[in-house]
Design a protein around this ligand. Structure first.
Ligand code: ZN
Length: 250
């Protein structure tokens, strides 16, 4: 089974389409949340995601845009974008986003895998450092936890030692992949990165493909029509910073 992992699309339709177009062949799509928020194509992205599959974990921005959490916990730009998203979502998409399940989620037929937005211990926690990852790695019975939320592609492992890892790429503007062979004696937390608003200094849309037969994770980057995504944000009168940051991948 080849599973395409998408996370933190954030209503960036151009980045989503480029990720799908350049991904190797896959059997199943899994979505780790933050489908909307920040970008200017919430309905197009929600519709497209629904058409790709049925496995979703909700993200904090999905909750914020549909009124499930208090916007006072958000920074002003994120809160503004959430309000804009709430105003522009169709009733159908709003109800669909509101009903997305909370992680951790088991993956049918793959008991070694669990799916979360933030951490298996707290759906809104940011797992940025190895220190953040140790408690969930030790607490989880699943060998592989796929997570999002930080917008940083890479992850952490624990066996007789523990460390973090990040994929290494050769270019800054082409479609590329980088492989990680999973070891049977280790537990992993793996972040496919953010499709629609990467923050690891690489502007390209991030995703990952997990091959359950070979136990290889292919980290993927796809260049996309950045200007089109930015122009939509400007045209929507969303904060300009949400457009400019996409170019820097920050
Ligand atoms: Zn996010």
């Amino acid at each position: 089974m080849r599973i395409l992992l998408l996370s933190d699309i954030h209503a960036n339709l151009e980045a989503l389409e480029a990720s799908l177009a350049s991904a190797p062949s896959f059997d199943l799509v899994v979505n780790l949340g933050d489908i909307v928020g920040y970008g200017a194509s919430p309905n197009e992205v929600a519709d497209r995601c629904r058409s790709l599959g049925e496995i979703f974990v909700r993200g904090n921005h999905d909750k914020a845009a549909t009124g499930l959490i208090d916007l006072r916990d958000f920074n002003p730009v994120a809160a503004l974008a959430s309000l804009w998203t709430r105003d522009h979502l169709t009733e159908q998409n709003l109800q669909w986003l509101q009903a997305l399940p909370q992680g951790p989620l088991a993956l049918k037929d793959h008991p070694q895998v669990q799916l979360v937005h933030g951490s298996p211990l707290d759906e809104d926690e940011y797992v940025v450092s190895l220190g953040d990852a140790l408690a969930p790695l030790m607490a989880s019975s699943a060998l592989i936890t796929f997570f999002g939320h930080t917008h940083l592609q890479g992850g952490f492992f624990l066996n007789d030692s523990a460390d973090g890892f990040r994929p290494e790429y050769r270019t800054v503007g082409q479609a590329e992949s980088a492989c990680l062979q999973l070891k049977p004696d280790a537990r992993y937390m793996i972040n496919p990165g953010s499709v629609g608003q990467p923050r690891d200094g690489d502007w390209r849309a991030a995703s990952a493909l997990f091959d359950t037969e070979t136990q290889i994770v292919h980290f993927l980057r796809a260049p996309y029509n950045l200007k089109a995504a930015q122009d939509r944000i400007f045209a929507a009168n969303l904060p300009a910073r949400l457009a400019t940051r996409l170019a820097a991948g920050r």
